[in-house]
Design a protein around this ligand. Structure first.
Ligand SMILES: [Cu+2]
Length: 154
């Protein structure tokens, strides 16, 4: 006598769970997922900085006895001023720009040249957030540089 009632309640319970899961999935796909995949909004002046910062990989950089390789070695960068950095390899050996620790910019993604920068080639990266990034050259680990990215100073 109580059996039909309990199986009825059981059925409603299952439907409730299914509806709940579908609603959750729909929310995840329509709202949560696009938002988490979308790039963060970055102000126009940071996306289009006034200047580019040039770092040269100078001749004979592969020589461990040569002091200078990434020139300049320590670079202060201001967001909105010169936060687009270009490495130009003016050496006759291929080099890399590789962060000492994996470094990601929320807008530009993973920092570092994937593969080598051949003689005459460039590698560029746009930083959009303050950070301190020590980096090196993978084949010649004595080649070291540091970037200090700060907010614009007025
Ligand atoms: Cu190198």
């Amino acid at each position: 006598m109580s059996k039909p009632t309990s199986s009825h309640a059981y059925g409603i319970g299952i439907i409730t769970v299914i509806v709940g899961i579908s609603a959750g999935l729909a929310y995840y796909q329509m709202f949560y997922l696009p938002e988490s995949l979308a790039k963060p909004s970055v102000s126009e002046e940071i996306l289009e900085p006034l200047e580019e910062k040039l770092i040269e990989i100078i001749l004979n950089s592969a020589d461990p006895n040569q002091q200078d390789n990434f020139v300049p070695k320590l670079v202060n960068i201001q967001l909105g001023i010169d936060n687009k950095i270009i490495w130009k390899n003016v050496d006759n050996t291929a080099h890399t720009v590789t962060p000492d620790q994996p470094t990601e910019d929320p807008y530009s993604g993973e920092f570092g040249s994937h593969g080598v920068i051949k003689p005459g080639d460039t590698y560029e990266f746009l930083f959009t957030e303050p950070n301190v990034v020590p980096y090196h050259c993978e084949p010649h680990p004595w080649m070291k540089g540091t970037l200090e990215i700060t907010k614009q100073r007025f």
